[in-house]
Design a protein around this ligand. Structure first.
Ligand SMILES: Nc1nc2c(ncn2[C@@H]2O[C@H](COP(=O)(O)OP(=O)(O)OP(=O)(O)O)[C@@H](O)[C@H]2O)c(=O)[nH]1
Ligand SMILES: [Mg+2]
Length: 438
């Protein structure tokens, strides 16, 4: 049969519960209702019975003819007493009648493809059912109602105007009004940053990136780049005994215990920085935006490291729950105490001591993050735009062309957040997070 109805078993209950639901969608669904007795296919909710191995089982049928249903096809929802065996028998009966099983997220994906639900609303539905606290539920509801998209569109409009003014500012850099223009631009950017930060709500320990970011942060010469290379299994970052070797962030993909992430090596912050702190603001912003923060500390650096971390927690108190204290160069003695009481690891990039334990711990953290619920593409992209915009303004000495390019990239990310569709592989990833039946 070319048009076999697709069957969506809604959350097969592991134990008996008052009721269970099964959805079926497809052009041939009207023929199926005959299985349930003397039922006429029309938009209606009626009682019926179905013959299963245990006997005649009562059920309630919701019939939603095309095109008004959520999938745009003929859709039938069947409610039966919620015993797992009954539901399995019902699924088997429908398979015999020509139905095939739906893959996870199929129902919602069909609703999106039929134009009945936007992608952001589909993701908001997922975020709502997997939310673990009231703040996430409020956000998911705002996403579902379209309120978040409206707000983000307004922020993107403001950023578009800021971006255009940055581009124009090159032409006027010698102009007598240049200073006044720069001041007004700076105040618009700072207002925009604060509104975008509020929208993204980074104080929440929800996943922040499509692929979680693990950042290596700490004083100059803490051994960040050495550990970065050791964890990545390749020599990506420059290592040297000169403090201040790493300037702009270096990124690479890594997998710990089967969990993928982006590893991020940052410029050193605090005492001993050869660049007099020029790259430190950017490193701090990236550290605050990370999903997991590795706070690296070589022997003798504990106080600097702790001071820097405490100042970051002034901007985001929840950072503590994302941070791990990593005592580097464990081949050297003496080792410092961990003054912050954070979960800790001792590692040596030189001898590989402690690396496998750290990899395991990172795998576990990334796993917890994945279980913590779902964050919509709209919010992940908005978060990436915020990181980009923060980076754009972090370095006061950056050339205007570089700032303008960062602002443009932030704008592209906001525009992507607002796209109503996404490339096929992104859709696959999004809907794979749904359970069968949704
Ligand atoms: N003994 C020992 N030395 C190490 C270890 N890891 C790094 N080093 C040395 O410490 C120095 C600094 O290492 P990097 O990895 O460049 O340190 P960094 O934190 O990236 O430094 P910046 O980028 O300048 O902030 C280099 O001379 C490394 O060889 C280690 O595990 N044991
Ligand atoms: Mg480095």
């Amino acid at each position: 049969m070319t048009s076999r109805p697709t069957m969506f078993a809604l959350a097969t209950p592991p134990l008996a519960c008052p009721a269970a639901m099964l959805r079926v969608s497809g052009p041939d669904v009207p023929a199926l209702v005959r299985l349930f007795g003397d039922v006429v296919w029309q938009r209606n909710c009626v009682r019926g019975t179905i013959a299963l191995p245990v006997g005649q089982v009562p059920c309630v049928l919701w019939m939603m003819p095309a095109p008004q249903s959520l999938t745009g096809e003929n859709t039938l929802e069947v409610m039966v007493p919620g015993h797992p065996e009954l539901l399995r028998d019902l699924e088997q009966r429908l398979r015999q009648a020509g139905c095939r099983d739906a893959e996870p997220g199929r129902f919602t994906r069909m609703a999106v493809e039929a134009g009945k639900l936007s992608l952001a609303q589909a993701e908001a539905t997922l975020a709502l059912v997997t939310s673990t606290d009231e703040v996430s539920r409020r956000r998911a509801l705002a996403d579902l109602s379209g309120e978040s998209a409206r707000r983000l569109r307004e922020l993107a409009g403001r950023l578009r105007s800021v971006s255009a003014r940055y581009e124009m500012s090159f032409d006027f850099s010698e102009d007598e009004h240049a200073t006044a223009q720069e001041d007004s631009l700076a105040s618009d950017v700072s207002a925009l940053l604060s509104d975008l930060r509020e929208f993204v709500g980074r104080e929440q320990n929800q996943p922040r990136h499509e692929v979680p970011v693990v950042a290596l942060f700490g004083p100059p010469n803490a051994g960040k780049s050495s550990l970065f290379n050791a964890l990545a299994g390749k020599q990506r970052a420059l290592v040297s005994e000169t403090p201040g070797t790493t300037r702009d962030p270096v990124e690479t993909g890594a997998v710990f215990e089967g969990r993928a992430c982006t590893l991020l090596d940052l410029s050193g912050v605090g005492a001993g920085d050869a660049d007099h702190g020029r790259f430190a603001p950017q490193a701090r912003q990236r550290a605050l935006a990370a999903d997991v923060l590795l706070l690296l500390c070589a022997p003798g650096q504990a106080d600097d490291c702790a001071r820097e971390f405490v100042s970051l927690t002034g901007q985001d108190a929840a950072l503590r729950s994302r941070a791990l204290w990593v005592q580097t160069m464990s081949d050297l003695t003496p080792q410092d105490a961990n003054p912050l009481g954070l979960p800790q690891h001792a590692v040596s990039a030189a001898s590989a001591h402690g690396l496998s334990a750290l990899r395991e711990q990172l795998g576990a953290r990334l796993g917890e993050l994945a279980d913590r619920g779902s964050t919509s593409r709209l919010r992940l992209k908005a978060n990436a735009a915020l990181t980009q915009l923060d980076a754009a303004v972090a370095d006061p000495q950056a050339p205007p062309e570089a700032v303008a390019a960062d602002v443009r990239r932030a704008l592209t990310l906001l525009d992507e957040a607002l796209l109503s569709d996404a490339p096929g592989d992104v859709l696959e990833l999004i809907f794979a997070r749904f359970c069968i039946g949704k």
